[in-house]
Design a protein. Structure first.
Length: 333
């Protein structure tokens, strides 16, 4: 099996080409996970799953906008009867898909010390990363009756062995790369030089990387990779650059990004020819009080309005939603 390391930026020849007629598509990936305090240290205990009943309303909403969400489930959610009922029913009806999301601090076996560095699963010893991943993947197949074909590392924490582990177990798509972001200050990956377009992880073309969509916007956006890190270190300068339309980093997520910003990012991504836009958020945002982005029911209404506006705009621009199966089938090997 060819070796691959998704921590390294790809070469242009690794870019995935899609069959004629695939066009430009969009996916909605949901980090379906437990609730915990993002500001505190990680812990094996102390998490809750209070938001899970809200998944029923969200799933119904997705039906109204014609989107089949991709739920990336971690260990606590995979064990939940509520999740199995709501998500499992949607998967069985062909209205949703599931994938794997590894939060190592709550995923057995519990053989590592829990800290900031080990919260990135790719930092674990490869044998432990593999064991945790396999247990979760097998649990999902058992509980949801579907074989997961897509993966996201918790905290976007890929490691040097991750691609090999995924390929060994039939995962066809990884979606852990958060292009334009750098987590190295906490011991995580640096994705500032990674592209937003899908690419093959290795010469054998066994695994597609589907990065989360982030773009640079503004007059200096072509220099964003080199300029933004320095600008980001000076908040006042960053704010000035945004107000003057010089440079701004926009991630396609309803968490902390306005609809106006998101539509600008959509335009840039589509005009640049990006074949798949990867929109993502964390499932606890579906219930007020669990994330910094949704504190009240009014915030939640705005959250749904964001999704409605973005997917409505994508539809007007001729961008159809895609499923994992459609992406795998359309990729030219």
């Amino acid at each position: 099996m060819p070796k691959a390391n998704l921590l390294e930026p790809p070469s242009p020849r690794q870019k995935v080409q899609f069959k004629d007629g695939f066009g430009q598509r969009a996916v909605l990936t949901v980090d379906t996970e437990e609730e915990f305090d993002w500001q505190r240290d990680f812990s094996r205990q102390g998490h809750t799953l209070e938001h899970l009943p809200r998944l029923a309303k969200f799933q119904q909403f997705c039906g109204t906008i014609g989107v089949k969400p991709i739920y990336l489930l971690d260990w606590p959610v995979a064990q939940s009867d509520i999740a199995q009922d709501i998500i499992g029913s949607a998967v069985a009806a062909g209205e949703a898909e599931i994938g794997v999301q590894l939060h190592p601090w709550v995923n057995p076996p519990h053989d590592e010390d829990v800290n900031r560095r080990s919260s990135f699963p790719g930092n674990l010893p490869p044998a432990l990363e593999r064991d945790k991943f396999r247990r979760l993947r097998d649990l999902l197949e058992e509980k949801f009756g579907a074989v997961p074909r897509i993966y996201r590392a918790g905290r976007y924490g890929l490691g040097p062995a991750t691609a090999t582990i995924l390929s060994e177990t039939g995962i066809a798509i990884d979606t852990s790369v958060r292009a334009c972001f750098d987590y190295s200050a906490e011991g995580g990956p640096d994705y500032r030089r990674h592209p937003t377009w899908p690419y093959w992880s290795d010469a054998g073309r066994s695994l597609i990387e589907l990065p989360l969509t982030t773009v640079y916007w503004g007059m200096l956006r072509r220099q964003g990779e080199s300029l933004f890190p320095a600008i980001q270190r000076a908040p006042r300068l960053a704010g000035l650059c945004t107000r003057l339309g010089l440079l701004e980093r926009i991630a396609l997520t309803p968490e902390g990004v306005s609809p106006e910003e998101a539509l600008k990012a959509v335009d840039i991504a589509l005009d640049d020819g990006l074949p798949i836009l990867n929109i993502s958020f964390h499932s606890p945002s579906l219930s007020p009080g669990h994330t910094p982005y949704v504190r009240t029911e009014d915030d939640l209404d705005d959250f749904y309005d964001w999704l409605r506006a973005v997917f409505g705009y994508l539809d007007r621009r001729g961008v159809r939603p895609a499923t994992v199966a459609q992406i795998i089938d359309a990729a030219i090997v």
